[in-house]
Design a protein around this ligand. Structure first.
Ligand code: 4AD
Ligand code: MG
Length: 477
């Protein structure tokens, strides 16, 4: 490889050296100035073409979107807007882009339009910045757990159990839908299917992570998870990535401490390593919000908001306290909430979560000790027999970003819960075995990766922080 990355050239320019660069043309102005980008940085590099001595046919091929290879001398720029530029001595158009057909022209495109062009949208400044931050964040996540001695486990994608007990799963089957084998009772006979039983794409790697924590101590999994819930919102995907640590001998407080430290570490990491991309996205957000009425604009800029989260303690509040706050809140009394908060035991809607975070506490909030009725079967029952040791972390602009709990480690209590909730205990025999042999108090949580990327980039729709979003009625690309 004989060419250099723009990121390296721009960060440490070697003035007067001759360099070769390769990338895509962002714009070509006055038959003279190419703004080049190769994806390694948000910055474009200006390349100055000597058009009088360049073949006219070649000049015609230098269009937005074309791939080019350029060699020339790096000099200090006289023009405004950049400190260095390349004086082109050799230029090859490696791949042309017909200006009448190439959809990503140098003008403002809506995110809706760009979702239709998801295979090309990473060539825009915004999407390249978002995807670089996404990459750095995932690296930081592995680094955090690695430094703490956690073992990275790869939990299965295809499972026979429903970890969340919500039944919102995608079936995995090789049976012919036009000719389903039936058993004596007329039900589909999954014994004839590939695995000899009903299987699905996993909604969570938690249950398998728990088994590994009960042998390796501290583990985490970071992989794709799938939910067939018909939630067409800016916060839900049918396929998303989740980070799920699981720790033997951790109680709920240890769990909350780890989750808070973890989130702050990853955000600090991008503050340190993604300065230019964050500055760009910060500016983008400010610009975009200019068209909104004052009350709807974010009170803080993007970088300021990330720093605020890193530097301040998350507020820890029980579900019961939160319900009291919400009951007595102005929007509840004035009937401004779509769902009024009336009694203890109801699930919180995102409008309630956002009120707590954005209006009442003005900080990320960890809500804990939820009613058992609205939480999954595996959470540890409290003494009051009404609440479980659950915790959710709520973020400004996002709502729930983490869901976790201390797990029920007592065999009889867990068996009773499974029965009460009508779950098939036979499917969970191995999970129950963990409570039979060397059971420990243990805890874990799941962080929705795309929700973290949403927060870190200031984007407003989850479809714009994953390369190819899967949502109801949409699995293009
Ligand atoms: O709260 P959830 O459902 O928790 C679990 O799955 C537990 N098994 C995790 C654990 O304790 N190991 O999901 C965890 C997080 C949510 O807080 C949210 O951030 C994200 O996953 N999430 C989604 N993100 C995008 N699209 C969806 N449809 C999501 N559903 C959950
Ligand atoms: Mg949850």
């Amino acid at each position: 490889m004989n060419h250099l990355r723009l990121a390296d050239i721009i960060d440490q320019p070697k003035i007067n050296e001759t360099v070769t660069v390769k990338g895509w043309v962002k714009t070509f102005r006055a038959n003279r100035f190419i703004a080049l980008n190769d994806g390694s940085t948000i910055d474009n590099l200006q390349c100055v073409v000597d058009y009088e001595n360049t073949d006219a046919q070649l000049l015609k091929k230098i269009n937005t979107g074309a791939a080019v290879e350029i060699t020339g001398q790096l000099v200090e720029s006289m023009g405004k807007g950049q400190s260095i530029e390349i004086i082109v001595s050799h230029l090859v158009v490696v791949g042309e882009a017909d200006p009448d057909l190439y959809p990503i022209q140098p003008k403002k495109h809506s995110f809706e339009f760009l979702r239709e062009k998801a295979h090309l949208r990473v060539r825009t400044a915004t999407f390249s910045a978002v995807m670089r931050i996404r990459s750095v964040l995932s690296f930081a996540i592995h680094q955090f757990f690695n430094q703490k001695g956690f073992c990275y486990v790869h939990t299965p994608i295809i499972t026979g159990s429903d970890a969340e007990g919500a039944g919102e799963m995608f079936r995995v089957s090789v049976l012919d839908p036009k000719n389903m084998p039936l058993d004596d009772e007329g039900n589909i006979d999954y014994k004839k299917d590939f695995f000899g039983k009903e299987t699905n794409l996993t909604v969570s790697g938690q249950l398998e992570s728990e088994t590994y924590a009960q042998g390796l101590g501290n583990v985490y999994t970071f992989g794709p998870t799938f939910r067939a819930e018909n939630s067409n919102t800016s916060r839900h995907l049918a396929e998303f990535w989740m980070i799920e640590p699981e720790m033997a001998f951790y109680d709920l407080t240890d769990n909350m401490d780890l989750a808070e430290e973890f989130i702050k570490y990853t955000l600090q990491h991008i503050l340190d390593h993604c300065k230019k991309d964050l500055a760009f996205l910060d500016q983008r957000l400010t610009q975009e919000e200019k068209s909104l009425p004052q009350q709807q604009r974010s009170p803080m800029g993007l970088v300021e908001k990330i720093k605020f989260v890193v530097e301040n303690e998350f507020k820890r509040v029980s579900y019961t306290e939160a319900i009291e706050i919400l009951k007595n809140s102005k929007p509840n009394k004035k009937k401004k909430f779509d769902y009024l908060v009336e009694e203890w035991g109801t699930d919180l809607q995102s409008e309630h979560e956002r009120y707590l975070v954005e209006k009442h506490f003005n900080a990320p909030v960890i809500l804990f000790d939820y009613p058992a009725k609205i939480k999954a079967f595996y959470m540890r029952m409290n003494e009051d027999k009404k609440t479980v040791r659950a915790m959710d972390i709520l973020f400004p602009g996002i709502g729930e970003i983490v869901g976790g709990s201390q797990r029920e480690e007592r065999l009889e209590v867990l068996e009773k819960r499974i029965e009460e909730m009508g779950i098939d205990a036979d499917e969970l025999w191995w999970y129950l075995d963990l409570r039979r042999f060397g059971s420990t108090p243990h805890s874990g949580f799941g962080l929705g990766f795309e929700r973290l990327v949403l927060f870190a980039t200031g984007m407003s729709n989850i479809r714009d922080v994953i390369p190819f979003p899967r949502t109801p009625q949409n699995a293009a690309f």
